[in-house]
Write a protein that binds this ligand. Sequence first.
Ligand code: ADP
Length: 139
Amino acid sequence: MATNRTFTMLKPDAVEKGHIGAILEKINASGFRIVAMKLTQMTKADAEAFYAIHSERPFFGELVEYMTRGPIVAAILEKENAVEDFRTLIGATNPADAAEGTIRKLYAASIGENAVHGSDSDENAAIEGAFHFSGREMF
Ligand code: ADP
């Protein structure tokens, strides 16, 4: 299987609750190599652009408010089958439906405040990674 990349954010709730270290430990233990990483905060315009696909959804305003309320950890991760394997590691969008041991099962509070983002395709991983990082910040 080919090595590829995915993009993740440890969302404001995970950072607020002090879960950065524990989540990064799980990511490392699952075999992902960190290609890029930083603590940053999304502006309203950033969040509206990043989640533009959800702009017509009823939860869009709440999502933008949540994602901009504090810092996030943004990172690009590399591994064989990275996109699919990372989605498995984080679990279902709603933590109530997430499998035991997944990051969302362990650290997410609700379907809205669900601790972590993972790209859903190779194409979106590249777009989302480039949204947050320049080429000089990828290793
Ligand atoms: P995922 O992040 O698992 O790919 P989606 O792309 O469907 O999920 O949604 C993006 C984000 O929007 C979710 O991670 C979550 O923070 C938020 N969200 C999704 N569905 C809801 C909902 N029904 N109510 C509130 N927030 C939601």
